[in-house]
Design a protein around this ligand. Structure first.
Ligand code: MN3
Length: 201
């Protein structure tokens, strides 16, 4: 099959206590795996998609056959979003970004604290299920956006996502129940800033 679940760069336990191991296990091995399975069922063996990267597929959603657009939007989006999410988390992460990323954040938001505040508000106020993002736009400026469901910034812009937070209830409900704000606060302790900087380059 063309689409594969990427290997997690840490164990289910590693993000404790911020994200509990049971949530990690279900999130990765059921939810993310489900998006991969569904995407493969829809287009995994089709020759016309063989050489198209997932990123290009999502950037050009409106040009694929109409009857495939929803399934690719939801499951291709789900696969892309979670793959990026796992990459920007790590055990003993958090703190503040350094080097070029830090400079770029200061240029775009004035300070790391103002960026953090904007990203937190965006995550908190996303109604229902969705994602918050830090993206690099076409003029090389960083900005915060949010998207519903499994949509992402690739789908309607040239913005390049470099950091994301899953605010679907499945990402936090076992540990935090309805307390999304606590989950968002915990997230800052496990951000892999080196991974985010790699995504920027
Ligand atoms: Mn999820």
């Amino acid at each position: 099959m063309k689409y594969e679940l990427p290997k997690l760069p840490y164990s289910y336990l590693d993000l404790e206590p911020y994200i509990d191991s049971k949530t990690m296990e279900i999130h990765y091995s059921k939810h993310h795996a489900g998006y991969v399975t569904n995407l493969n069922s829809a287009i995994g063996t089709r020759k016309d998609f063989k050489d198209v990267s997932l990123e290009n597929l999502l950037k050009n959603l409106s040009s694929i056959p109409k009857e495939l657009q929803n399934v690719v939007r939801n499951n291709g989006g789900g696969h892309y979003n979670h793959s990026l999410f796992w990459k920007i988390l790590k055990k003993d992460g958090g703190g503040k970004p350094k080097g070029k990323l830090r400079e770029r954040i200061n240029e775009s938001f004035e300070s790391f604290d103002l960026f953090k505040e904007e990203f937190t508000t965006s995550s908190l106020t996303r109604f229902g299920s969705g994602w918050a993002w830090l993206v690099l736009d076409s003029s090389n400026k960083l900005k915060v956006v949010s998207t519903p469901n499994q949509d992402n910034p690739l789908m309607d812009s040239n913005d390049k996502p470099i950091l994301c937070l899953d605010v679907w209830e499945h990402a936090y409900y076992l540990k935090y129940q309805n307390r999304r704000a606590e989950y968002i606060e915990a997230f800052w302790n496990i951000v892999n800033w080196n991974g985010v900087e790699e995504n920027m380059d």
